[in-house]
Design a protein around this ligand. Structure first.
Ligand code: ADP
Ligand code: MG
Length: 625
């Protein structure tokens, strides 16, 4: 075409497209899910803009927020159209030629080895999945701020963009035309498309139509000449039984009445494929586990076959009304803790009265809970204000507070329902239920995926520190390689033991040999091992739990019960300690004391109560180096 401008795909996109094209991945259906999801996003965007400016919607059909699918069997084209926000020329170049999201290389690498495309939507490259089924794709788009353009590519490393002077004007929105590959002709079957749309669009909040062909009976005046037997039989066999007789009768009465006959005619009309009732508006009692699981998959764009670990669906009433569904994903995303403090990792979708507002509101949940997925639909927040004003709205604080409570309750329940967690208590008492097997080990799984988030929560959230500390799991000198809770630790404390003992270091193996533990172990005291670098920070915030202080056993001031001999020893070694302190004094040590924590080892270096532990020194050093 004369006015076409050529562009090359970013190298990474090209690589991705090559992989998709040559993929032997069997589930090619996923392209439809990605296209519908993009159409729905585009519709959400224009609807959001229309809240503050009605004009943007336009008039007539253009204003209809819907998705349409059409099949052209002759030309072998499947097209999907939305009346969403559309793309300007610049958008087309940027959105369908480069990859914005980080971590895509990692995805490409992973796909090359595993060949699993299921997670493509999570990486912000879902669009390219069209090349699983098409060898040539046209994207026609009209944005309010620009003319109508066509983007096209045969996935040969380049794409072209032309001003659209030949297609019908779209009004606004995007039409994607897939020229289907020879081996993907099944996507021209209406029944196949209907099945897929039903499967993938269950949670899409816009109507999806397909241009469906239908055979209908129409009554037409019988044409004397053409009323052959053949036609008559074909007609009557498909009509209702009662009418069969009528047909025969009318045969007899041919002479008297003006004759009519029924014939089959093919017509086409838009057929609605989905039911747009939002799952979160339904009563939790009516929603099945399977529906929640599917809803999670579509929300998280995580189409593996794993169930979410837990969910909480509730209706908050009072000053601030909202409905919410929260999920604990089955796995942590690969980049959960990457630049934790610098990036917005908000994962909740915010709706106001059924209208999607944003999924980038980090005011809804604190950072440490950003691993949760879900949505909030509020009736209290105003609809017709800017995102900035919403972000500052006072109700958000209340919503956030309630969400945190509900989230922590949901996590606590994972532990409560896990039969492994209650072991060590009275095992006879715990009744076995049918889903015990499913819940078994769930909390350990949760802890392995998201434990660090709980620790970060203890550091960041003073209000909920105690609730979070309840969710903490640790290993200790007595936990036998398993995890234990602080409550369990306390239940095992020796009589007269006041503090919760812990030690920090780089690994459990190293700590097990530590001379600091000699005496404590011998006296049968339990000591918690903290081996994650974040634990040092954690213990600066977690001072006490259930009225018990935490005591680092490598620090000065350790008291292990009463030690009657201590005073005597202090007296008899007075001269030695004095000499020792004198010869090491100054920058090297603060003090030299008789210790009550050793058994075999003659001496140890101990850090002062308020200073950094040796482990912390180690961590800080490795960070500055
Ligand atoms: P993602 O949807 O995760 O951003 P995709 O690869 O599916 O990644 O799409 C890339 C981008 O292309 C989208 O972010 C959007 O800006 C644009 N886009 C795709 N389809 C449409 C559409 N139907 N209408 C408007 N923009 C679209
Ligand atoms: Mg997408």
């Amino acid at each position: 075409r004369g006015n076409a401008e050529k562009f090359e795909f970013q190298a990474e996109v090209s690589r991705l497209m090559d992989i998709i094209i040559n993929s032997l991945y069997s589930n090619k259906d996923i392209f439809l899910r990605e296209l519908i999801s993009n159409a729905s996003d585009a519709l959400d965007k224009i609807r959001f803009l229309s809240l503050t400016d009605k004009e943007v919607l336009g008039e007539g059909d253009t204003a209809k927020l819907e998705i349409q699918i059409k099949l052209d069997k002759e030309k072998k084209i499947l097209s999907l159209r939305d009346r969403g926000i559309g793309m300007t020329k610049e958008d087309l170049i940027k959105n369908l030629g480069t990859i914005a999201k980080s971590g895509t290389s990692a995805f490409v690498e992973k796909m090359q080895t595993s060949g699993d495309l299921n997670l493509i939507g999570q990486f912000g490259v879902g669009f390219y999945s069209v090349y699983l089924v098409a060898d040539y794709v046209e994207v026609i788009s009209k944005h309010n701020d620009d003319k109508q353009y066509v983007w096209e590519s045969k996935a040969d490393g380049a794409f072209a963009i032309s001003e659209d002077t030949w297609n019908e004007p779209l009004g606004r929105g995007t039409e994607i035309r897939l020229h289907l590959r020879e081996e993907a002709q099944e996507y021209l079957e209406e029944s196949k498309l209907k099945e897929l749309v039903k499967k993938y669009s269950e949670f899409i909040n816009f109507p999806i139509y397909i241009w469906a062909t239908k055979e209908v009976d129409v009554e037409v005046p019988a044409d004397e000449d053409e009323s052959s037997d053949e036609e008559e039989t074909a007609d009557s066999s498909s009509s209702e039984e009662g009418e069969d007789e009528d047909a025969e009768k009318s045969d007899d009465e041919t002479e008297k009445k003006p004759k009519t006959k029924k014939i089959k005619e093919t017509t086409s009309e838009w057929e609605l494929l989905n039911d747009v009732k939002a799952i979160w508006l339904r009563s939790p009692k009516e929603v099945t586990d399977e529906e929640y699981t599917k809803f999670y998959h579509s929300l998280a764009k995580d189409f593996g076959d794993e169930k979410p670990m837990a969910w909480s669906h509730f209706n908050a009433e009072g000053d601030v009304e909202f409905k919410a569904v929260l999920f604990v994903p089955p796995k942590a995303p690969h980049d959960l803790y990457e630049s934790y403090y610098n990036t917005n990792k908000a994962n909740l979708k915010l709706y106001v009265r059924r209208v999607f507002i944003s999924d980038e509101f980090d005011e809804l949940l604190p950072k440490y809970l950003s691993f949760l997925k879900g949505l909030v639909d509020s009736d209290t927040l105003p609809l017709n204000v800017s995102r900035e004003m919403l972000q500052a709205h006072s109700s958000l604080k209340t919503i956030k507070k309630k969400l945190i409570r509900k989230a922590l309750d949901m996590i606590r329940k994972i532990a409560e329902e896990d039969p492994d967690e209650s072991s060590g208590k009275d095992e006879k008492e715990v009744e076995k239920s049918s889903d015990d097997d499913e819940k078994k080990g769930q909390y350990t799984k949760f802890w392995n995926e998201f434990g660090k988030s709980i620790k970060l929560g203890i550091i960041e959230d003073a209000t909920n520190r105690n609730r979070l500390a309840k969710l903490l799991r640790v290993e200790s000198t007595k936990s036998d390689g398993k995890l234990t809770s602080l409550d369990q630790y306390i239940s095992r404390m020796k009589s007269g033991q006041k503090d919760i003992f812990y030690i920090t270091g780089s690994s459990k193996e190293q700590l097990e040999k530590s001379p600091f533990l000699e005496r404590l172990k011998k006296k049968n005291y339990e000591v918690i091992y903290f081996t994650d670098p974040v634990d040092e920070y954690l213990m600066q915030y977690l001072m006490d739990y259930e009225g018990k202080q935490f005591q680092n056993v490598s620090k000065e001031g350790l008291k292990i019960g009463k030690d009657s001999k201590n005073k005597e020893l202090k007296e008899s070694f007075k001269e030695l300690t004095k000499w020792w302190k004198g010869s090491l004094a100054g920058e090297n040590v603060d003090d030299v004391k008789i210790s009550n924590r050793l058994d075999n080892t003659p001496c140890v270096v101990v850090t002062s109560k308020f200073g950094w532990s040796a482990n912390m020194e180690r961590i800080m050093q490795s960070q500055t180096l």
